[in-house]
Design a protein around this ligand. Structure first.
Ligand code: GTP
Ligand code: MG
Length: 206
C-alpha cells in the first residue's frame, strides 16, 4: 500500500492506561504518536475527532484536565498518547514540576515515539513553553508536526495569516505550513491522519 495516497480510516481505538512513570507504560510497546500542547488547546478533542469517538479522551472546558500520560490502542498496531497540557497559569509549582518530569521521561530515550503532534491554538501566539518544547524536540531529533487547533474560530484570511506566522516563528522549511484543524468541524482530519499513518508505517517497515 502506498501510504502517501491512501487516507487512513480508524476502526478500533480503546483506552489502555494512564501513567506517570515509564515503568507503568503499556507492554508490549508499540509505535507511538503523541499529542502535546498548551493546556486547553484541544488535544483530547482532536484525538477523539481522529478516532471518531466522542468521549474516548476526556475533554473539559477547564484547563489542566489531562494530568497523566494517557495511552490509547489504535487499530491494534500503535498507541496514541495524550500528554498532559502545559502552561496552565493556576497550576501550583509542584504540579508544573510533575508535568516537566513526566513529559521529559516520555520524550527522552523513547525509540517507540514515531511522531510528536504539537498542537497550537490557532488564535494564540505560541507561548514560551511551546518554544521550549520545540527546541527540546529538535535537540532530541524527535520528528514533530505542528498543528493548529480550533480553526473554526477564525475566518479564512485570519487562519492563513496565523499559519504563516507560526511557520515563520518556527522557521519551517519553505512552503511548509502547519495543518489547520477543527475537532468541531472535522477540518484537517484526513490530512493529519495521513501524516500520522506515514510515520507509523515508515519505521515499522524498515
Ligand atoms: P487539557 O487536557 O486540559 O490540557 O485540555 P485539552 O488540550 O485536552 O483540551 P480539550 O480537548 O479538553 O478542549 C478544551 C476546550 O476547547 C473544550 O471546551 C473544547 O470543547 C474546546 N475545543 C476543543 N477543540 C475545539 C475545536 O476544534 N473548536 C472549538 N470551537 N472548540 C474546541
Ligand atoms: Mg486533555
Amino acid at each position: 500500500m502506498n501510504a502517501e495516497e491512501k487516507s487512513w480510516e480508524i476502526h478500533s481505538a480503546e483506552f489502555v492506561l494512564s501513567a506517570v512513570r515509564r515503568r507503568h507504560y503499556p507492554q508490549p510497546s508499540l509505535p507511538q504518536v503523541a499529542f502535546s500542547g498548551r493546556s486547553n488547546c484541544g488535544k483530547s478533542s482532536l484525538l477523539n475527532c481522529l478516532v471518531r469517538r466522542r468521549n474516548l479522551a476526556k475533554t473539559s472546558g477547564k484547563p489542566g484536565h489531562t494530568r497523566l500520560v494517557n495511552f490509547f490502542l489504535v487499530e491494534n498496531r500503535c498507541h496514541f498518547v495524550d500528554l498532559p497540557g502545559y502552561g496552565y497559569a493556576k497550576a501550583p509549582p509542584a504540579e508544573k514540576e510533575k508535568w516537566r518530569r513526566s513529559t521529559e521521561e516520555f520524550l527522552k530515550d523513547n525509540p517507540c515515539l514515531r511522531l510528536m503532534v504539537l498542537l497550537l491554538d490557532a488564535r494564540r501566539t505560541p507561548s514560551e513553553l511551546d518554544d521550549v518544547l520545540v527546541e527540546f524536540l529538535k535537540h532530541l531529533r524527535i520528528p514533530f508536526l505542528l498543528v493548529l487547533t480550533k480553526s473554526d474560530k477564525l475566518g479564512r484570511a485570519e487562519l492563513e495569516k496565523s499559519r504563516k506566522a507560526i511557520a515563520a516563528h518556527y522557521a519551517l522549511p519553505k512552503g511548509e505550513l502547519p495543518i489547520a484543524t477543527s475537532a468541531e468541524k472535522g477540518t484537517g482530519r484526513e490530512e493529519l491522519l495521513k501524516r500520522i499513518h506515514q510515520s507509523v508505517l515508515e519505521k515499522s517497515e524498515e
